[in-house]
Design a protein around this ligand. Sequence first.
Ligand SMILES: [Zn+2]
Length: 357
Amino acid sequence: MSLHDNRICIFCGNKPNETTREHVVPYWALEYTGDPRRVVTFGHNYKTGKSISYSWSSFVAPACDTCNGRYSKLEEDAKDAVLLLSARKPLLVSQYITLMDWLDKVRVGSWLLRHMIEKHPASLKPNFYIDSRIAQKDRMVAVYFFDKGRGINLLGTDSMIFGDMPSCFGMRINDILLLNASTDFFCSAGCGLPHPTSITFLNDMARIRLDGIGYSKDVSNPITPIRLCKPAAWLYQPIRLPSEDKAFSGGYYGHTNLHDSRITSRTFSHDERQAALFQQKPGMVEIHRNKHHQVEFDEVKGADITPFFEIAATVYDTQIYLHNFISYDGGDASYRSERLENTNHFATLYRAQRVSK
Ligand SMILES: [Zn+2]
């Protein structure tokens, strides 16, 4: 089922019976940041070549009524977390998990909707929807605070890498910016959990192949080579992939021993799938295993305070990093370099704005 021809529910991928519409950027966030009917530009129509202007309030996608209802609790809890951050109040570990679930939802929703409204030439047949992408892959969030007025921005959703691989985006909500990333096993190695030693996309990302098992004794510092401007909070969470391979007696990829104390010390109790939160702090990593604990902010001051445009540029840098984190077998190499060049161009444009301001 292609996104162009059929109305599909962005949560489950089925054809909805109802005419329910889901606000991909939730309505509460639109109201909180200004007039929900304000018009903004969202990429361009590949068929007509014209840029697409849209009112935020019509940035909606088809959804089943029941699917939509299933996410209302997540929306409420995410709103609480965002408002706390806006008030510069620290979140609990459990609230960061909620926030990352919600960012998975907005990121994948924006990707699906972008393909629906842009008439993308690749006529995408997605093999996942929101339901199948929440808390399913290693993920990360970085929190930034600004002195900024009201407004909302989606960063990174316009690049060619994002069009094919919605693995990283940024979301500014008034005076905070959340930089979010998620892809297979990108932080498992650094967090000292079993992981494939190589990940390969086959046939233009149609399938993924995992090879080898790595499992380091220690947690790395830094956790990954991803370079960000200093955030107030920077958290990683590895997500373990279930495996039916009999060699993995723990039931997860690379987990060969049912009673592995190292895994226990790096995951939440009673939840082997979701690892603990690993907080990247200056010069060290702190592991949060208690969901009721508070995650303290790092102080960002002086030369560490980075302009908005520079942080925006790092969204594209991170997309490039994650794109190259995976190997490619087959597919169109020149299209791949075009995709990289395009994404790098966005980073350059944002950096140029930094200079001119
Ligand atoms: Zn549905």
